[in-house]
Design a protein around this ligand. Sequence first.
Ligand SMILES: O=P(O)(O)OC[C@@H](O)[C@@H](O)c1c[nH]c2ccccc12
Length: 251
Amino acid sequence: MNAEGELAPVVQSILRDARNRDTPDERVSVDARSFADAIARTESKGEIPVIAEVKPTSPTTDGNRTDDPVELAKQMVEGGATALSVLTEPEHFGGSPENLRRVREAVDVPVLRKDFVVEEAQLDVVEADLVLLIARFVGDDLSQLVTAARERGFQVLVEVHTRGELEKATDAGADIVGVNNRDLGKLEVSLDTFESVAPEVPDEMTCIAESGITTTNDARRMREAGADALLVGSAIMDGDVAENTQRLVSA
Ligand SMILES: O=P(O)(O)OC[C@@H](O)[C@@H](O)c1c[nH]c2ccccc12
């Protein structure tokens, strides 16, 4: 069975849509805000680096948050977010490249583009300080795609879910990895995933715990397991965004 056959049907349709979307002819050239520096600034204040995610909805979320993404982003920064993640996937996450463009203009922290990038031309859709590449979806082209993204000036976050994928990420020269606690096959979340994969992450890599982090306990648990930063969407989007961010930053 190929990797796609093991994916939840909704994830298969997300990938199909991503491949069929139009891409620009011109390459982007990004002057990226340093993610490492942003982490260091947060650490020096004795706070937990949190990447707060502007995610209007998702296949595993009830409802759709329709507030202006720029307002949400500003509140996240006010709450102490080290960086922001902005969904650009329109069909299943209510995102857009325009949301990212506007958010990046309105804040001065690094901004991650959250989408399902599987081929080079998709990189040119919009500028961002970091771009996400999901090891499971990119397959054998990971190393080429990492290089193509860096040539454009992006910092690259490679997402993994297993030790095998971590090895692929390492082989592809990744220096920032995110361990996704969500299994994209079943869409189930378990924080055990990070605890099992993180010890294998080489020390010199920046290691991010992704998904399913809700409470201050979860945040501390991920830090103890070796997370340099936490990527949090739903728990921040649900309610007062500034307050939710602040709570996790000072967990
Ligand atoms: O809302 P959560 O459980 O805090 O998760 C945030 C983020 O990790 C999640 O949105 C995510 C992780 N990897 C992705 C890839 C594509 C889209 C979304 C994601």
